[in-house]
Ligand binder design. Structure first.
Ligand code: FE2
Length: 201
């Protein structure tokens, strides 16, 4: 995966702080930009995890929960149609639509090794932390007869150690993200197991 650094560390306009797309606008953008259903599901899953984390762990209100969810929901929005412009295209679009800079920043920093933008806020760090691990746990759910039901942390950690399982999931990024967010990997895995299955296909 060759991705060019974004080349800047400031996003959006402070005057637009708190602005969001409506839920309908965000889902329309997702439908128009992301034809790949697996990718769409991944984004909805990460969006849901972000919302649940904002509510349960950060104690944020509905408006903030939606900002967190929106960052997750749109973080890979340009990957399907414009992989060579990944991240830059969606950043530009959200800036044009005058979306809250914190949401745009979270999207811009979801892969520090690729985009060169450091996750700073808890929203930034959690998006980075959920991204890869969510994908691995989804892959694991698909090979289990009960899906997420009965899945345990130990089983996920076993899959993490198997380099050939979901080989495109970067173990290095998962470790790095947990360290940056100062979260135990077990807590994060448990949280994803608990909530990811709530997202419909
Ligand atoms: Fe992603």
């Amino acid at each position: 995966m060759e991705i060019l650094p974004i080349g800047r560390t400031s996003f959006g306009n402070a005057a637009h702080a708190g602005n969001t797309l409506s839920r309908e606008e965000a889902h329309t953008l997702l439908q128009e930009w992301v034809k790949n259903e697996r990718l769409q599901l991944h984004m909805r899953q990460v969006g849901h995890l972000m919302r649940r984390w904002a509510a349960e762990k950060e104690g944020l209100d509905e408006a903030d929960q939606w900002r967190w969810e929106m960052a997750g929901l749109l973080h890979d929005a340009d990957w399907d149609l414009w992989p060579e412009q990944h991240c830059r295209k969606i950043i530009g679009e959200l800036e044009k639509r005058q979306v809250c800079p914190a949401v745009i920043r979270a999207i811009a920093s979801h892969g520090p090794r690729y985009f060169g933008v450091e996750p700073e806020t808890s929203m930034d760090k959690m998006l980075y932390a959920f991204d890869e691990l969510s994908g691995l746990i989804h892959a694991y759910s698909l090979m289990r007869p009960g899906g997420y039901t009965g899945m345990d942390i130990k089983g996920v950690k076993k899959r993490l150690k198997e380099k050939s399982f979901a080989a495109n999931v970067s173990r290095e990024d998962i470790l790095d993200a947990c360290q940056r967010a100062a979260i135990q990997q077990d807590e994060l895995i448990g949280f994803i197991i608990k909530h990811q299955g709530e997202v419909g296909e």
